[in-house]
Design a protein around this ligand. Structure first.
Ligand SMILES: [Zn+2]
Length: 88
């Protein structure tokens, strides 16, 4: 699993002021997988794979709501839509 880093704006807990506990505000959002990807991921899980799933990304507090609003979409589509938002 990767450390928190907002997919939209690139904010990470290290960018926050010392003592700021906003790190807890970072949210890992899972997006939809297609059938083949889901099967592959379940196979990896059975093998004890502990990497970062392709359909999960971190979002800061400012972008978590937008990310959740896209969570029903396939991850490629969702991330493309979120990336095009830029830092807004
Ligand atoms: Zn962000």
């Amino acid at each position: 699993m990767r450390p928190p880093l907002c997919f939209v704006c690139g904010l990470s807990p290290r960018d926050l002021p010392e003592g700021d506990d906003s790190a807890s505000a970072f949210t890992l959002v899972h997006f939809a997988l297609d059938v083949q990807e889901r099967a592959a991921q379940e196979a990896r899980d059975r093998d004890g794979w502990v990497g970062h799933p392709e359909n999960a990304e971190w979002f800061c507090a400012a972008h978590a709501d937008a990310a959740r609003a896209h969570a029903h979409l396939h991850w490629r589509e969702a991330l493309a839509a979120l990336a095009s938002r830029g830092d807004g």
